[in-house]
Design a protein around this ligand. Structure first.
Ligand code: PLP
Length: 376
C-alpha cells in the first residue's frame, strides 16, 4: 500500500497507539479526582499540554484541548463574533479556507455579520493589497489558514497578523495543515487551531492556542475543565496521544518529505505532458496538487486505488460533496483543469522508492485515459 492522502488524515504512529492503550489501561482515573489515580491521569494531561505548547511555541497555560480542528475553528469564529459584537460586525477570511472556517463564517453572515473573503491568484497567493484595505474599525476578527490543505500554499500569516494587530483586530490561523510542516513559534496569531489526526496522532483530538490575556467565551459551561473553556471530563488517552504525536514531530525534519515530493514532481514533469502544477513553488513539503489535462481526477484516483495507491482529488471533505473544489475555482482554474486535479500528500513514512511505483502506475493511467477518453 502506498498512502499519499496524508492531508486527509495520517496513519496513527505506533508510539502514539502504544501510549494511548497504556494510558487507557492504567491511568483511567478522572483527572479532577483528588486521589492518586486522579493525580496520575492529571499528570498525563499536564505532560501532553507541555508537549503541545512546545510544538506551537506557546506556554502550557495557552493550550486548550478539544476534539478536532473543526471545533477549534468554530470556537474562535463564533466566540470572537459573540464577545466583540459591540465593537463591529465584520470578519475577514480567505476564499480558500477549509469548510470548517467558511461555514462558521457563513453562519455568522446569517446573523448579520459581514464576511469578506479575500481572493487568491492562480498560485493560491492571497491578495495582500485587498486584505490591508479591508482592515477597518468595524473588523473584529481575521481568520486565515497557515497552509492550504489542497495546494500546500503557505499564507503570509505573520505579516497579516501584524497588520491586523496594528488596527486592534484579533487574528486566528487554522494551522491544521501547518503543524509539523512549518515553524509556528512566533507566528503572531492570537488563536491557533491544530488537529491530532493530521500529525499521526489520534482522530477526534485537537488543541486551540489562546494567547495569554485574550478573552474567548466558554464553549461548554460545566465543571470548569480546560480553564473553564471546555467543560467535560478530559479524553485522557486522546490528549496523551496528541502530546506524544507532538513530541515525535521534534525528531522530524521536513527534508525527507520535500525530497519525496520533488522526486515525484520531477518524474511527472518528465513523463507526463499537458499538466498544470497547482501547488506553488514555495509551498509546504506535504502537498503536491497537479491537474492532468484531459483526464478526470476521480477516475485516476480509483484506477490508482486498484494498485493500492491512495490519493485524493482535493480535500476529503469537499470531495464527499459533488461540487468542484472551491480552492481551485478561487485560483481561477477552468472546469477542465479542476476536473483533472489530483492531490498527492506526503508524510514522514513515504519514500522515494514508493514514488517510482506511483510514477509508473500514474503514467499508465493517464495515457490510457487520454487514449480511450474514459475506461470505467
Ligand atoms: N482545517 C484544515 C485546513 C483542514 O485541512 C482540516 C481537515 O481536513 C480541518 C480544518 C478540519 O480538521 P478536523 O478533521 O480535525 O476537524
Amino acid at each position: 500500500m502506498i498512502y499519499l492522502d496524508n492531508s486527509s488524515t495520517t496513519r496513527q504512529a505506533d508510539e502514539v497507539t502504544a501510549l494511548m492503550s497504556e494510558v487507557a489501561r492504567e491511568d483511567f482515573g478522572n483527572p479532577s479526582s483528588l486521589h492518586r489515580l486522579g493525580l496520575s491521569a492529571q499528570n498525563r494531561v499536564t505532560l501532553a499540554r507541555k508537549q503541545v505548547a512546545k510544538a506551537l511555541g506557546a506556554t502550557p497555560e495557552e493550550i486548550c484541548f478539544n476534539s478536532c480542528g473543526t471545533e477549534g475553528d468554530s470556537t474562535v469564529i463564533s466566540g470572537v463574533a459573540e464577545s466583540r459584537r459591540h465593537r463591529g460586525n465584520k470578519i475577514i477570511t480567505s476564499a480558500v479556507e477549509h469548510p470548517a472556517v467558511l461555514e462558521a463564517c457563513a453562519r455568522l453572515e446569517h446573523k448579520g455579520f459581514e464576511v469578506v473573503r479575500i481572493p487568491v491568484d492562480g498560485e493560491c497567493r492571497i491578495d495582500m493589497e485587498r486584505y490591508e484595505a479591508e482592515l477597518d474599525e468595524r473588523t473584529v476578527l481575521v481568520s486565515v489558514m497557515t497552509v492550504n490543505n489542497e495546494t500546500g500554499a503557505v499564507m503570509p500569516v505573520r505579516r497579516m497578523a501584524e497588520a491586523a494587530h496594528a488596527k486592534k483586530i484579533l487574528f486566528h490561523t487554522d494551522a491544521v495543515q501547518a503543524l509539523g510542516k512549518i515553524p509556528l513559534a512566533g507566528i503572531g496569531a492570537d488563536f491557533i487551531t491544530v488537529s491530532g489526526h493530521k500529525i499521526h496522532g489520534p482522530k477526534g483530538t485537537g488543541a486551540l492556542y489562546i494567547r495569554k490575556g485574550t478573552h474567548l467565551p466558554p464553549l461548554l459551561p460545566g465543571g470548569g475543565q480546560e480553564k473553564n473553556m471546555r467543560s467535560g471530563t478530559e479524553n485522557v488517552p486522546g490528549i496523551a496521544g496528541l502530546g506524544e504525536a507532538c513530541r515525535l514531530l521534534e525528531r522530524e525534519s521536513t527534508e525527507k518529505m520535500a525530497s519525496v515530493r520533488t522526486y515525484l514532481l520531477e518524474g511527472i514533469r518528465e513523463q507526463i505532458p499537458d499538466i498544470r502544477v497547482n501547488s506553488p513553488e514555495d509551498g509546504a513539503a506535504s502537498v503536491l496538487n497537479i491537474s492532468f489535462l484531459g483526464t478526470r481526477g476521480e477516475v485516476l484516483l480509483h484506477t490508482l486505488e486498484e494498485d493500492e495507491i491512495y490519493v485524493s482529488t482535493g480535500s476529503a471533505c469537499s470531495s464527499n460533496k459533488k461540487g468542484r473544489s472551491h480552492v481551485l475555482s478561487a485560483m481561477g482554474l477552468s472546469p477542465k483543469e479542476i476536473e483533472g486535479a489530483i492531490r498527492f500528500s506526503f508524510s514522514r513514512y513515504n519514500t522515494v522508492e514508493e514514488m517510482d511505483v506511483v510514477l509508473g502506475r500514474l503514467t499508465a493511467a493517464v495515457n490510457r485515459f487520454r487514449r480511450l477518453g474514459s475506461f470505467r
